[in-house]
Design a protein around this ligand. Structure first.
Ligand SMILES: Cc1cc2nc3c(=O)[nH]c(=O)nc-3n(C[C@H](O)[C@H](O)[C@H](O)COP(=O)(O)OP(=O)(O)OC[C@H]3O[C@@H](n4cnc5c(N)ncnc54)[C@H](O)[C@@H]3O)c2cc1C
Length: 347
């Protein structure tokens, strides 16, 4: 395992640091980011705007329920409020991370330095506009799918089983059952320290479970362009997708869904990450309070009081076994927030 220094996180795709350190710009004009191993240069956190909370426990905002607190935390309910907060953070060189529904997120046990925001209020609303759905980045994707079905609109049915927010779905290019976000997404409004910018799907760099959104770029609003359809038919499709999912995946457990991406490596011979993990004997494998699910080997489950460290240990062992047995290096799908210690060779 690596130590939890910042340079480690920059090396892996999985471990992009959200809030590595919160420091004011240095006198020499360098950026406020702290280089690894220079803890002595850490400065006190500046006084945050009102409404920002300190030491907010993040585990309750994730579906795996692990990890420590955010140094600063704010629920943000409008674009204007978000812009103000991002401008303050940029001026004070405080890094900003965002939590959606936390359904694909591992938070460091030590917590997260800087500011973590969650979209709420206006930024979690869903509105109908003809055959379009306009919503906040904090709106839940299953709720968007249900609202579309109610209104007799088709195209976003695949979202019914993805327990994420619209912003998280855009960031992760979420999809299911052959449905694709990019096909129905019309635009997103991204708020960063530079203000708000509208981007279209071709500008989002969508690939398998990824986009080109960087840290400090928050999907505040989105518009979906859908097709008219019979409401009863769309509702029936949702019901069918729900029962299909119920049969295939464990429900009612603390998990972040698929742990690893399905590999493109020819040595996998077309098998999914779950099939490889199962064949490598990982089903039910447990370390501390974390283990691979007995129902679906690609799901890691928190059995009660697991730590993020234990979750990573289970993932590491599963990945090691698959590599040893099949020569295939599994790529994690889950994202991290804060200094999560990860093996060197994770990409
Ligand atoms: C039981 C289960 C089943 C799942 N099934 C599927 C599936 O079928 N298909 C699929 O694709 N995924 C699936 N997932 C994974 C997960 O639901 C998706 O990746 C989802 O898109 C994550 O959204 P979120 O809001 O929970 O993001 P989070 O987990 O909160 O965050 C994930 C990443 O997105 C970033 N992010 C969150 N909100 C924003 C925002 N507003 N702007 C910019 N960045 C943001 C975070 O900083 C982080 O980097 C499943 C998860 C679970 C637990």
């Amino acid at each position: 395992m690596n130590s939890g220094d910042v340079s480690v996180y920059r090396r892996t795709e999985l471990a992009r640091p959200v809030a590595s350190r919160s420091v004011k710009p240095r006198a020499d004009g360098a950026t406020g980011r702290l280089a690894a191993g220079t803890a002595s240069t850490l400065l006190a956190m500046p006084e945050p705007p009102s409404g920002v909370q300190r030491d907010y426990p993040l585990s309750r905002l994730t579906t795996i329920r692990t990890g420590g607190p955010a140094e600063l935390f704010a629920r943000v309910s409008s674009v204007a409020e978000l812009e103000r907060l991002m401008a303050w953070a940029a001026a004070e060189a405080v890094q900003v991370g965002v939590v959606g529904s936390g359904s694909n997120l591992l938070v460091a046990d030590a917590g997260v330095r800087g500011l973590v925001v969650k979209l709420d209020g206006e930024l979690s609303k869903i509105e109908l506009d003809g055959t379009r759905i306009r919503c906040g980045g904090g709106a839940r994707l299953p709720a968007v799918a249900a609202r579309a079905a109610q209104a007799g609109l088709s195209g976003i049915e695949f979202g019914v089983n993805i327990p994420g927010s619209v912003g998280g779905a855009v960031r992760m290019n979420a999809n299911a059952y052959g449905g694709e976000l990019g096909r129905v997404l019309e635009w997103v409004d991204i708020v960063s320290a530079d203000g708000t910018q509208r981007r279209h799907p071709h500008e989002l760099g969508f690939a398998y479970r990824r986009s080109n959104l960087g840290w400090g770029e928050i999907v505040a609003r989105a518009s979906f362009a859908l097709e008219p359809a019979a409401s009863a038919d769309v509702k029936a499709t949702l019901a069918q997708m729900r029962s299909q999912r119920k049969a295939a995946q464990p429900s009612g457990i603390k998990t972040f869904g698929s742990t690893f991406k399905n590999p493109a490596d020819p040595r996998a011979e077309g098998r999914t990450a779950g099939q490889l993990l199962e064949a490598a004997g990982c089903k039910g494998l447990r370390i501390g309070g974390a283990g691979f699910s007995l129902k679906h080997a690609n799901f890691v489950e928190n059995h009660g009081h697991a730590s993020t460290t234990e979750v990573v240990a289970v993932m590491t062992e599963g990945r090691r076994r698959v590599k040893e047995r099949f020569g295939v290096e599994l790529e994690p799908e889950v994202q991290v927030l804060g200094p999560v210690e990860l093996p060197d060779d994770w990409r």
